[in-house]
Design a protein around this ligand. Structure first.
Ligand code: FE2
Ligand code: ZN
Length: 417
């Protein structure tokens, strides 16, 4: 079946009229953009999916000498004697032929954009939908997997399926429990490595600690720690965090989990002015407890990161929320923002501490908790007794890469790049 009805040159662009749907408008592509995205073996190395072409050598006014299509592929022979007259480069590229797959052209159509950016990855909208939750949606059916399934599958296909289930639950709900984990730091570290790379930091790679202030951070005390995400003081906050409570002989130390994406949606709806403030005002942060450490992000970042910051209705892709690590804020663009900011904090805290949104959960030896630190807030209540906790930060981009490949398939993922 043909996807393309007609291809026509128009000035320094080509126009494609689509055959499939009557209501889809035609798409326009700049010649220079097409030439730059040539995937022939001279211009692109298929093995590594990398560009070989030096984009600076393309004539800005490059025109097509001939354009043909068979309904599914567009073939262009470039006329290099035209354009803005950069003769030397043009000669080097004489009679270059490019072929473009219609499906690829459609996915990447930018004028107009036919497929919203977050749907560009075919199937992602449904298969990788995140299920935002409140306590009532989730308390009776917490996302969980079994340690033996993710670690000990004898068959490689079963293993992949188990990792896919685990990744998908973690993505959909922002956290996942792992049951029946042997109560040792060594087994817990292996579990982390089964999913992803451990991120080394000034706390070490895999950590195993008690409330002895071995590191100068409140995590190493027995204080109550209110809802937060970790690492707002890094330019790139840790993506995932895994905890395993190895031992506790006292009381308290309960953990709460909050879906900050859901809470941000509630805020957008209920307190739009405060929502806007959280997407705009950049909040400095630091980690400075250790004698030789003072980590700050390269530039302060807002509490809510949107998919497109120019569009306040776009989806939230990261929440950075940590009251303890917030630095002194002394570079306000508008002094009136001071009160607006503190009002936004009040509105936000009222949402994230609402019992409808805060899920209380008691960690226990043998059950690990892993969560998306860009989405889910965690807290810990004050505790007594000796408490030993181990865990790690895991990289996020690698996790998402694996999630996409396992869930959507490599072909779909590669089509969208
Ligand atoms: Fe934390
Ligand atoms: Zn080429």
């Amino acid at each position: 079946m043909s996807i393309i009805k007609k291809v026509e040159p128009v000035s320094d662009k080509i126009e494609i009229t689509w055959a499939e749907e009557d209501d889809v408008p035609l798409s326009t592509y700049h010649n220079i953009w097409l030439r730059d995205n040539c995937h022939c073996s001279q211009c692109y190395y298929p093995l590594t999916k990398q560009r070989l072409l030096n984009s600076a050598t393309i004539d800005l006014g490059i025109k097509a000498k001939s354009i043909n299509h068979d309904g599914n592929t567009v073939t262009i022979i470039w006329d290099n004697g035209t354009g803005n007259g950069n003769g030397a480069d043009a000669d080097a590229d004489a009679e270059h032929e490019s072929q473009f797959d219609a499906h690829w052209l459609k996915i990447h159509s930018y004028n107009p954009r036919l497929i919203p950016l977050d749907e560009k990855l075919h199937g992602a909208k449904t298969k990788l939908a995140q299920h935002l939750w409140q306590v009532k949606d989730i308390e009776s059916n917490l996302p969980r997997v079994d340690y033996t399934t993710v670690m000990n599958s004898s068959d490689e296909t079963d293993q992949e399926q188990a990792i896919k289930d685990w990744s998908l639950k973690l993505w959909q709900y922002g956290f996942c429990l792992i049951d029946n984990v042997p109560v040792t730091p060594e087994d817990t570290e292996q579990l982390c490595q089964q999913l992803n790379y451990i991120r080394p930091t000034h706390y070490g790679g895999f950590w195993d600690f008690t409330s002895d202030l071995a590191k100068a951070d409140t995590a190493y005390t027995n204080f109550d720690i209110s809802n937060h995400t970790d690492g707002t003081y890094w330019s790139n906050s840790p993506g995932l965090q895994l905890f395993h409570l190895l031992y506790h002989d006292g009381t308290g130390g309960t953990t709460s989990l909050v879906d900050a994406f859901k809470c941000a949606e509630i805020m957008r709806d209920k307190f739009p002015q405060s929502f806007e403030v959280f997407t705009r005002i950049r909040v400095p942060a630091h980690s400075a407890g250790e004698e030789k450490v003072c980590i700050q992000p390269d530039t302060p970042q807002p509490i809510f990161k949107l998919d497109n910051n120019d569009d306040k209705s776009s989806k939230i892709i990261q929440v950075r929320w940590n009251q303890s690590d917030r630095s002194t804020m002394d570079s306000w663009d508008d002094p009136d923002d001071v009160v607006k900011f503190y009002q936004a904090i009040k509105d936000w805290v009222s949402i994230i501490t609402d019992p409808e949104n805060e899920l209380w959960y008691q960690m226990r030896p043998g059950q690990c908790l892993i969560f998306d630190n860009w989405r889910v807030l965690h807290s810990r209540s004050e505790f007594t007794g000796k408490r030993r906790l181990c865990g790690a930060y895991l990289e996020r981009d690698d996790f998402v890469s694996r999630l996409k490949l396992l869930t959507l398939g490599r072909d779909a993922v590669l089509d969208a790049i």
